[in-house]
Design a protein around this ligand. Structure first.
Ligand code: SIN
Length: 279
């Protein structure tokens, strides 16, 4: 298959032209794209015209589907694929912008998803970028004393942290039975494929840090978040129709931007891939 790959920033993201995920990939292409994904953390494959079933087949080139906790947004015709839409509302009637505020997906699972994939179906004329921060870079640039301080710390992750500034959509009763009450993950995790370390935190899900007082834990988390979200660690993805974007939850935070005309539709398919227990 003839395709080309080019970087989207000097540390995060590559774009691929010439791959068609509606067709099976040969082994060489599949291996190369999986490697490029690990190296770049955000893999953008342009110009994909895929049905939900084709998307499901396409993502299986990169792993196994992770069952999403909240089944509220499942597509009836293909429940393993969910949708993101700016037209949904909280029960109190306010608009719900899924994914606003930096986070990593489903870190309240014992084995959180390694990757999340979005496929752009309908986009506003401008705005609605997804912002990523590279937590490997951020970790590497921490002062040595901070690295030492956080090396052995464990964070407790829950569905919705009491400290979260963002309100999540409530879980269905069925989902509540499946979601663990709390899990512990290291604040510094090592990527199972690249061996690189990154800061692993999640402002919407971290409830506490083992062994620290609440105020001290919050100060530390804020300090790490401030450091990690500096512009120099960011890649900002400006969507094009047909973008297939897969990001690595093991070493990135991401957030959606609600900075566009909400009368215009923003609608994407979403699916996650199974991952390992963070170590
Ligand atoms: C998400 O957090 O999964 C949503 C990202 C986006 O809509 O840009």
């Amino acid at each position: 298959m003839a395709y080309d790959i080019s970087p989207l920033s000097d540390h995060t993201g590559v774009e691929v032209h010439g791959v068609d995920l509606s067709k099976p990939l040969d082994n060489e292409t599949r291996t190369r794209l999986n490697q490029v994904f690990v190296d770049a953390s955000v893999l953008v494959i342009r110009d994909q015209k895929l049905t939900a079933d084709q998307l499901l087949a396409g993502v299986r080139n990169f792993g196994e589907v992770f069952p999403q906790h909240n089944t509220k947004f499942a597509l009836p015709e293909c429940p393993q694929i969910h949708y993101l839409s700016n037209q949904d509302r909280y029960p109190d009637g306010t608009r719900y912008i899924p994914g606003a505020g930096y986070h990593t997906d489903h870190s309240n699972a014992a084995e959180p998803p390694k990757a999340t994939v979005l496929l752009a179906i309908e986009l506003p004329d401008s705005g609605g970028d997804t912002q990523y921060v590279n937590m490997q870079r951020a970790y590497e640039k921490l002062p040595a004393a901070t690295k030492q301080r956080i090396a052995k710390l464990m964070g407790t992750h829950v569905y919705q942290s009491k400290h979260s500034a963002r309100k999540l959509m409530g879980l269905t009763d069925e989902a509540k039975k499946k979601v663990p009450d709390a899990v512990q993950h290291p604040l510094v995790r090592t990527h199972p494929e690249s061996g690189r370390k990154s800061i692993y935190l999640n402002p919407i899900r971290i409830e506490e840090i083992e062994g620290l007082e609440e105020a001290g834990a919050l100060d530390l988390l804020n300090e790490l978040l401030q450091h990690a979200t500096q512009e120099k660690f960011q890649y900002r993805h400006s969507w094009q129709p047909g973008d297939f974007v897969m990001w690595d939850n093991r070493c990135l935070l991401h957030k959606a931007n609600g900075d566009y005309d909400h009368a215009q539709m923003r609608y994407l398919y979403r699916v996650m891939l199974k991952g390992d227990r963070p170590v």
